[in-house]
Ligand binder design. Structure first.
Ligand SMILES: NC(=O)c1ccc[n+]([C@@H]2O[C@H](COP(=O)([O-])OP(=O)(O)OC[C@H]3O[C@@H](n4cnc5c(N)ncnc54)[C@H](OP(=O)(O)O)[C@@H]3O)[C@@H](O)[C@H]2O)c1
Length: 290
């Protein structure tokens, strides 16, 4: 079996990717602060911001492909810790692309829909980027830097992702479910739109892109939905008490990082390659049954 290195195996998406990739690859997954045991996967600790550590990792594994998901993925944290987050989100990503170029192996990188300003959705791969927060700016720098160093990189722009909780990571829906179960108020935006995809579906898309794409690809879901309507679907599928679910608008909540209104992705290119997100309700029903 060929060897694949997946950075961020202890993260939400990395965990889903490892589960899927192990069917076809010998998988090496990394963690940093949160140790994780994954049956059938070799798990390694690494600080990706340490170039010597990173080089050693490549040298020890001698991978045939790399998927780089590790990141500081919280926009509010990046906004208040710009230099610290730059080292993992930009510098480490570029170093990984450089090493993939040296090894001449496929490389996929998980960027974000937040490279766009949210004023002209849906966004295609050819649309110009216009991030409104530091996290989005860092992802743009990583995209550009990686493609300069290694034009073969598949830059996967990921949408908002949801799915079951992993041993060491949650998606945004777990706190929503918890709040509603506790009968507390959950205020969700009616004016913030995304094209969400489940972690499992997104992982399938990345594996597809790894083999078939050099350059940009959007891996959004098929439906554009507001946070509030997503909350309504959660209530319906998970049979949650809906009394706490309230609507609000972006301007009602002050956060460190500015939030774009509508970064829905046009993922026609990925759909043509065989990327097949299901309707959100069907994806949620599948997650409920796991
Ligand atoms: N979740 C979303 O909805 C979403 C949407 C668009 C794009 N994305 C992008 O998709 C990717 C995966 O997101 P996610 O939600 O799965 O992220 P996540 O759950 O926050 O996981 C982040 C991963 O990065 C690792 N990491 C962080 N700093 C590190 C360092 N210095 N050295 C080594 N590893 C480090 C973490 O390891 P430890 O936990 O062990 O420290 C963890 O495994 C990210 O690139 C993110 O920007 C996510």
């Amino acid at each position: 079996m060929k060897k694949i290195l997946i950075t961020g195996a202890s993260g939400f998406l990395g965990w889903h990717l490892c589960q899927l990739a192990k069917q076809e690859w010998e998988v090496y997954g990394t963690y940093s602060a949160n140790f994780i045991a994954l049956p059938g996967i070799k798990i390694l600790p690494v600080n990706l911001t340490d170039f010597q550590d990173l080089k050693r990792l490549f040298n020890d594994i001698d991978p045939n492909a790399v998927i780089h998901t590790a990141a500081q993925s919280q926009p509010n944290y990046c906004q208040s810790h710009p230099q610290e987050s730059q080292t993992i989100n930009v510098t480490a990503s570029c170093n990984i692309a450089g090493l993939c170029a040296d090894y001449a192996i496929p490389c996929a990188f998980t960027s974000t829909d937040l490279v766009f300003d949210g004023l002209n959705a849906p966004y295609k791969e050819t649309d110009s980027v216009s991030p409104v927060n530091i996290y989005g700016e860092q992802k743009v720098m990583a995209e550009t830097g990686m493609l300069e160093l290694y034009p073969m990189t598949a830059v996967c722009r990921m949408p908002l992702m949801f799915g079951m909780e992993t041993p060491t990571a949650k998606s945004f829906m777990q706190p929503f479910i918890q709040t509603l179960k506790e009968g507390k108020e959950l205020k969700l935006f009616t004016d913030e739109f995304r094209t969400p995809a489940s972690g499992i579906t997104a992982a399938k898309g990345i594996l597809l892109a790894l083999e078939k794409i050099n350059g940009y690809i959007h891996l959004g879901g098929k439906e554009r939905i507001s946070r509030y309507d997503f909350g309504k679907l959660l209530v319906e599928v998970f049979q949650l008490p809906e009394t706490g679910l309230k609507s609000c608008q972006q301007q009602d909540v002050k956060m460190a990082a500015p939030r774009p209104a509508d970064v829905s992705l046009d993922s026609t290119k990925a759909f043509a390659l065989g990327y097949k997100p299901l309707p959100i309700k069907s994806e949620l029903e599948k997650i409920l049954k796991i």
